[in-house]
Design a protein around this ligand. Structure first.
Ligand SMILES: Nc1ncnc2c1ncn2[C@@H]1O[C@H](COP(=O)(O)OP(=O)(O)OP(=O)(O)O)[C@@H](O)[C@H]1O
Length: 594
């Protein structure tokens, strides 16, 4: 698996406050956490006992003559048992605590997911979904790492150091305790400093790694384009340039790791040597036994073993904290389109839509809609036409309240849609969008998405109305055929028909068709148009169209130009006005007859 660690900027301060936010998740399973900690303390006490058993065994064997073998044998058995208890307690602790971590990951994962769906379209358009999912993945694995390592690595190591220093101080005097304490402090200090210094090299290596990978994937995904232009060698050269950077970055990374490991080894060696020298002196002066010498040796080794991982753990913790911070920042993002605290449900009566003097821009420097006024009477069909970029789809986005108007209001049955809940608003509007995106699921599930609790009969009826029957019958697994990225690719027209079936299934009071037949050939278009007419029957509907021939039966046609409605009326009224619409109509008629 590729590392999911976020390269950490060495100047980023440690995000200690993240711990405070994780605390409540630990408290969810108080008893488990308490039991895990109990196992931890018991395991550490067992491991502190080990060198003592060793000491007594050696001292016993060192007696001349050995009185009885029973005592050393019992001691060796005790040694083995203590080791086993130590390991088993560690396993029990891991198993107990695993549940706590997993539950925290689940809770936070769901919280973020729900929050992301609450955020507005502007947020989603400005963030790459790939980047977002990486943030979530890194954040949640950061939580798992942090919880495990704080409780099982840093915590136990600190406890062990305290116990060992305490034992040395009480049993063997100040000098031994001081050497251990000083060398641990030196070791920790050096590891942290050296790790911070190395972070930049690690970051460069990770960056070079992901750049070369992105390049390779991009090139392979564009396989066809590479072949069209005969550019295999060009691609290979580009890839190799990236690989050369990677090689260089890895070299620095490796050398800096050598410096870190070398420094740590030096501190350990110096500490071991001084402890052993001091112990040897004490033995030669008759103040200590050989057993004591072995005990001191065992303690020193025992202390440095977990510290060996310190550089790695420290770097990972920094990375995890930064990743979790990113994740929590996501949670802190406030949606710009939100339900008012007093928002009630949209009450649909006749479903009259009224754009009341609506002005809108995405960015202040470019106004998109300028004082737009129109009404769609209940049960009627209003078509919106106009040049590309005039603001037609923007009207739909405002109707769905993906954005709020800068001034004016959108009303449905005299209720300003910004005063009702978004859920109740969207419940009553169905859409066949310009681009239909399908989920990576079966075609049946994709249709059912319009109303997840629909019956089979409803689904069959929607399929029939959307003229999908023949197409589905031609699929190898019928409704169970997988579609989307890993399944069957549907053509633009087929996708639109799935979208129509979905919208039919939703049974909304208001229907919106945004270029709903743009991907269809003329014959399919006519079939779908008659289906849409059936579907729209009795609904208030808003139709956006490029091809005017598809909307001549509309009750009203609005002609948009640069964010304003410049003409409105029925097809024949507009033709007789001899204005913008008549011009567009003639142009399209001419095009069709050419
Ligand atoms: N999210 C956005 N941020 C900034 N500008 C946008 C955004 N969405 C659309 N626009 C701009 O707003 C203008 C109106 O877009 P809109 O999609 O409403 O036009 P349209 O009339 O539906 O065009 P078309 O017929 O080509 O679909 C365009 O100039 C477009 O570039």
């Amino acid at each position: 698996m590729r590392p999911t660690r976020l390269p950490v900027n060495p100047d980023t301060p440690m995000q200690w406050h993240v711990f405070a936010r994780l605390w409540p998740y630990l408290l969810e399973f108080k008893q488990r956490v308490a039991l895990a900690l109990l196992c931890l303390v018991a395991a550490k006490i067992a491991s502190i006992g080990l060198p003592f058993v060793l000491k007594h065994t050696v001292d016993n064997l060192n007696q001349e003559p050995i009185a009885t073998l029973a005592v050393p044998i019992a001691l060796v058995v005790a040694y083995g048992t203590l080791r086993l208890i130590n390991v088993l307690l560690g396993e029990v602790r891991d198993t107990l605590f695993g549940r706590v971590t997993e539950r925290a990951m689940r809770r936070i994962g769901l919280e973020v997911f729900e929050h992301l769906h609450r955020l507005d379209l502007t947020f989603h358009l400005s963030r790459q979904t790939g980047g977002l999912s990486r943030d979530i993945e890194r954040g949640t694995s950061g939580i798992s790492f942090l919880m495990r390592f704080m409780v099982f690595n840093i915590g136990p190591t600190l406890l062990e150091i305290a116990l060992v220093v305490g034992v040395l101080l009480t049993q063997y005097g100040m000098s031994f305790a001081m050497i251990i304490l000083c060398s641990v402090v030196a070791y920790v200090w050096f590891s942290m400093k050296a790790t911070d210094w190395r972070t930049e090299f690690v970051r460069q290596a990770n960056l070079a790694d992901s750049t070369s990978n992105t390049r390779a994937i991009d090139s392979l995904l564009n396989y066809e384009t590479v072949k069209y232009f005969n550019n295999e060698q060009y691609e290979a050269r580009q890839y190799d340039t990236n690989l050369a950077n990677w090689e260089q970055a890895r070299r620095k990374n490796r050398l800096s790791l050598f410096a870190l490991n070398g420094g740590q080894a030096f501190i350990i060696a110096a500490s071991m040597t001084s402890m052993m020298l001091l112990a040897a002196l004490e033995v030669s002066h008759g103040n200590m036994t050989i057993g004591d010498f072995v005990l001191i040796n065992a303690f020193t080794m025992q202390i440095f073993m977990p510290l060996n991982f310190l550089g790695f753990v420290y770097r990972e913790i920094r990375g995890s904290l930064a990743n979790i911070e990113n994740l929590f920042n996501l949670l802190g993002t406030v949606p710009t389109v939100a339900d008012a605290p007093s928002a009630g449900k949209l009450e649909i009566n006749q479903s009259r839509i009224h754009f009341d003097n609506v002005s809108f821009y995405y960015r202040a420097e470019r106004r998109i809609l300028n004082h737009v006024n129109f009404t769609i009477e209940p049960g009627t069909k209003v078509a919106i036409v106009g040049e590309s970029g005039a603001g037609k789809s923007t009207l739909v986005k405002l109707l769905f309240r993906f954005y709020d108007p800068v001034s004016g209001a959108v009303r449905i049955d005299d209720q300003d849609i910004s005063t009702v809940t978004q859920h109740s608003l969207r419940q009553h509007i169905g859409i066949v969008p310009q681009d239909t995106v399908l989920f990576n699921d079966t075609i049946g599930e994709n249709i059912r998405y319009g109303r997840p609790d629909a019956t089979e009969q409803d689904i069959q009826q929607a399929i029939h109305l959307a003229h999908l029957e023949q197409f589905i019958a031609s699929l190898p697994d019928g409704l169970n055929t997988q579609v989307g990225e890993r399944g069957l690719k549907l053509s633009g027209g087929e996708k639109q028909r799935v979208a129509i079936a979905r919208a039919i299934l939703k049974r909304p009071a208001i229907m919106v068709f945004d270029e709903a037949t743009s991907s269809l050939d003329s014959q399919s278009e006519q079939a779908i148009l008659s289906a849409l007419r059936e579907v729209a029957e009795g609904h208030t509907s808003m139709v956006i169209a490029h091809r005017l021939s598809t909307i001549i039966d509309a009750d009203k046609i609005l002609v948009m130009q640069q964010g304003q409605i410049v003409e409105q009326g029925t097809h024949s009224e507009l033709l007789s006005q001899q204005g913008v619409y008549a011009g567009l109509w003639q142009a399209q008629q001419k095009q069709a007859s050419d």
